[in-house]
Design a binder for this molecule. Structure first.
Ligand code: ASP
Length: 328
């Protein structure tokens, strides 16, 4: 056997062994609980989606999926932590449009959202609602807009930090009105909504997964949903577009990510459990009650999420750069 042939044979054996060990690893996976990192506070809308998903996936994986809240910097702290985590299939990230907006918002972002992660798949699409404290006098969006324009120095708007969708929605809202109000950042819209319920802040644009129960109970005032069409979960709620903010649209999509280098067979297995959850009637109806819709099958896959995120980075990047005021 000449030297080349011996090197070739050794390489073939090594790659067969590697394939065998990654298959064995995938077959044994998961052998212990899995962390699902949420970039915002417990009790908020991303957390609600994550906990419902984790409980559903636990059933088919046969191991607990445990939610961990790692808050701060509009979700970028959690994404950085997961990017640096061991790529062993035991740490995943769930995040929303913030994955797509962060590159335009943060000059020193530690990661590229498209290329520095393995993509698992999209989870759920959720509308937002513009809500106010219960005693806000304005009866409809028109009155609210007039009130804000006349009182811009007094009104305050809560959000979950630069990179949060509440920040994005609130900024687009202020731009549409041509005013700037005081913004109050929280570690998630769970605590922001509590501040609204307590009357410490005036306004919040937040996902229906957090706001629907409060809108139905009448503990907050609702001025419109951020979709172009009315939604089934709140059939009487006008859209912001109907209320006078033409073409106003923000839909929050959620995706699951793994650290770069997580074995493909493991990503596939976790993704398969995700796709089983997206067909689970209890998961689907819980999401629907909160205004959420399961994304098209094309976005539930690894390749589908990568393509979708790439397009979203482009779309929001252009909007943010046009707005100018976001960069930090
Ligand atoms: N998703 C919310 C936001 O970005 C924050 C949260 O989930 O608590 O505004």
């Amino acid at each position: 056997m000449n030297l080349n042939r011996r090197i070739f044979t050794a390489a073939a054996v090594a790659s067969t062994l590697a394939l065998g060990s990654s298959l064995a690893q995938a077959q044994a996976y998961p052998a212990k609980p899995i962390s699902l990192v949420v970039p915002f506070s417990a009790g908020g809308p991303t957390d609600i989606v994550a906990r419902t998903l984790a409980a559903t996936m636990t059933k088919s994986l046969g191991q607990s999926v445990v939610v961990e809240n790692k808050v701060g910097a509009g979700g970028t702290i959690a994404a950085s932590l997961v990017m640096k985590a061991a790529p062993d299939g035991y740490t995943f990230l769930i995040h929303h449009n913030g994955m797509a907006t962060a590159p335009a918002l943060y000059r020193k972002l530690a990661y590229n959202p498209v290329t520095d992660f393995e993509h698992v798949g999209n989870v759920v699409d959720v509308p937002m609602t513009m809500i106010a404290r219960k005693d806000m006098a304005a009866k409809n969006l028109g009155e609210l807009m007039s009130y804000i324009k006349a009182n811009a120095d007094k009104v305050n708007l809560a959000n979950a930090g630069l990179g949060a969708v509440s920040h994005l929605c609130g900024t687009l809202f202020q731009q549409a009105l041509g005013v700037t109000v005081t913004t109050v950042p929280f570690s998630g819209t769970g605590p922001a909504l509590n501040a609204l319920l307590g009357g410490q802040v005036d306004l919040l644009c937040d996902q229906t997964t957090n706001t629907v129960p409060h809108i139905k109970a009448g503990t907050v005032k609702m001025y419109g949903v951020t979709t172009k069409q009315r939604i089934k979960a709140l059939p009487d709620a006008p859209t912001l577009d109907e209320g006078g903010l033409k073409d106003f649209e923000v839909i929050v999509w959620h995706g699951v990510y793994a650290p770069k280098g997580t074995p493909a067979a493991v990503v596939q297995k976790f993704g398969d459990a995700l796709r089983v959850a997206l067909k689970d009637p209890a998961f689907v109806s819980r999401m629907a009650d909160l205004g959420g819709e399961i994304p098209p099958v094309g976005r539930q896959s690894s390749e589908g999420q990568r393509a979708w995120l790439t397009a979203e980075v482009d779309k929001w990047g252009k909007a943010i750069r046009a707005a100018g005021q976001f960069a930090d």
